[in-house]
Design a protein around this ligand. Structure first.
Ligand SMILES: [Zn+2]
Length: 145
C-alpha cells in the first residue's frame, strides 16, 4: 500500500514534531501494511518549501527508518497563483519524486465545488478531506514505484 499524502518530515510544517515522532510514524505505517510513503510537506504561504533541504531530511529519515517504508518526496501543493507560476517554471520542485504527478490542495470551497460537479456529471475524483489529486498528465495513474 502506498500513502501518497503524509506530513511525516519533522520540523518542517504542522506534521511530525520530532525525528522520534517521524520514526514512530514509519514503524506504525509498516505495521499497518504501508510499504511506501510519499512525504508531502506543505508548499504554501505559511511554510518554506525548500526542496533541497527536504531531500536531505528525507534521506535522514530513510536512514533512521532503515529503508522501511520506502520514502519519496512530494508536497502538499497549495493552489495559489505564486505556486502555479513557480511550478510551471520548475515542475520537478513539487512533483511526487521524479514523476509528473502533483498532490494539490485546492482548499475546502473549491473541493466542494469539484466534488459536486464530479457527482453531477458522474465523474470520479480521489478525495482525501479537502485535498484533490490533480494529474498533470492524461496517462494512466502509475507512480512507477
Ligand atoms: Zn496535507
Amino acid at each position: 500500500m502506498v500513502d501518497i499524502h503524509c506530513h511525516i518530515l519533522p520540523e518542517v510544517d504542522d506534521g511530525a514534531r520530532s525525528w522520534e515522532m517521524a520514526s514512530e510514524m514509519c514503524r506504525l505505517a509498516v505495521a499497518d501494511g504501508v510499504d511506501h510513503i510519499v512525504a508531502t510537506p506543505h508548499a504554501n504561504h505559511e511554510y518554506d518549501y525548500n526542496r533541497e533541504d527536504l531531500e536531505q531530511r528525507l534521506e535522514r529519515l530513510r536512514n533512521i527508518a532503515g529503508g522501511k517504508p520506502l520514502l519519496t518526496l512530494g508536497c502538499d501543493f497549495h493552489f495559489s497563483y505564486e505556486n502555479i507560476q513557480d511550478a510551471l517554471q520548475q515542475p520537478g520542485r513539487y512533483t511526487i519524486g521524479a514523476t509528473r504527478y502533483l498532490l494539490v490542495d485546492l482548499g475546502i470551497e473549491a473541493a466542494r465545488g469539484l466534488v459536486a460537479q464530479a457527482i453531477f456529471y458522474g465523474g470520479a475524483v480521489l478525495v482525501t478531506l479537502v485535498t484533490i489529486y490533480v494529474l498533470l498528465t492524461s496517462a494512466p495513474l502509475n507512480f512507477g514505484f
